[in-house]
Design a protein around this ligand. Sequence first.
Ligand SMILES: [Zn+2]
Length: 465
Amino acid sequence: MWILLLMAFLPMRSQQTDEKQIKDIYDTALSDGKAYDWLNYLTNQIGGRLSGSVQAEQAVDYTKKMLGDLELDKVWLQPVMVPKWVRGTPAFAYMETEPGHTTNFPVCALGGSVGTPLGGVKAPIIEVHGFEELAALGREKIDGKIVFYNRPMKPTLINTFEAYSGSVDQRYEGAEQAARFGAVGVLVRSMNLRLDDYPHAGAMSYGDTPVQKRIPAAAISTNGAELLSTTLKLNPDIKFYFKQNCRQLEDVPSFNVIGEIRGSTRPDEIMVVGGHLDSWDLGQGAHDDGAGCVQSMEVLRLLRKTGYQPRHTIRVVLFMNEENGLKGAEEYAKVAREKGEKHIFALESDAGGFTPRGFSFDCSDADFQQIQEWKPLFAPYLIHLFDRGESGADVEPLKENGAPGLVLAGLRPDSQRYFDHHHAENDTFEYVNKRELELGAATMASLIYLMDKYGLPTTPVSNEN
Ligand SMILES: [Zn+2]
């Protein structure tokens, strides 16, 4: 009888404890948060942090110092070699409707692209919407021309990352595909759902195209793409000109920045929370992914501030080189494998610093069932989205270590405005809302707290206080 009463009482007490701890986390983030100040420095004082740049190294020094102030058990730098691609002077482009009549367009070189010849490229331009259409046109129609990829992101998809996935092949492998048919350059409609004048950068790849056959690739703003498309319909014989002097240099040394709170009862089981410290260079890397970095740092600070002592080791990792190589993430996973470290959970924030909606989980059915039982604890903070799917590019390589029971997750903020800023000049501090950023950090910290306290069916925590 007493046992039964006790058993009925315990979960309730535990639930109240959880509600209180989570409220404490949110209260602390919203009234005494540090994430926004850190982001201010990272963006306004340091700026865009392309791998191998001076700014990327400044960001390493700065975040290491900030983590050092948090009284964690350990803070260190993990060396990693990263690619160094430099943009050079800003790209320049125009269309020529007839000799001497030109209109300039906002363009930028895509990350990893080769430059144009010194005098630029000038050629007829042909619009396509995908690789099938390109192949159907074939060498006969493509040879000697610039290929203009103009398939927009799908506006009807509520999750804008799905719209991104549905269009980004044009940017990533557009040059490789077009070169097969003799194209002399490619121009890609920016991955942006909005019509505006910002060209959006982002990585591209030549696959196994031999060096001498690589053609330059640039992004054009969405307004530019619309104007060019309309003009081409009226006059298919126009010429397009662009010039860029970007280039790939030798790899250079850099670092992942890491800090941890050592677990009280399970120090050898590691939970990672992270984002990527590098960014594209046109803006300040505020949403992508300065926000995710400062939120991840804030998670450890919030656990400390609210007096929570984790059972597992909680580690923040600021990964270098997500944007154009993923070398930091690969190195982190490799070192973990070599050291035989056991990772049981990894949470990434790399979808912007907007209002958090929930998480996407990459886990087993049993794990997901338990995670869903925590949903009511998040309801007061309007966190409702507990989805299954991809987590984040930087934590994914941990899966290859073959860790049984490893659960991955990604923070899922509202995504409607993300691609207005993604990889563009306007990914700046002023577009990050302080409270939205803080809510994201508190949401992440709350999940880490629950994961740490209860574990999951595949890695349970039992008989421990
Ligand atoms: Zn990112």
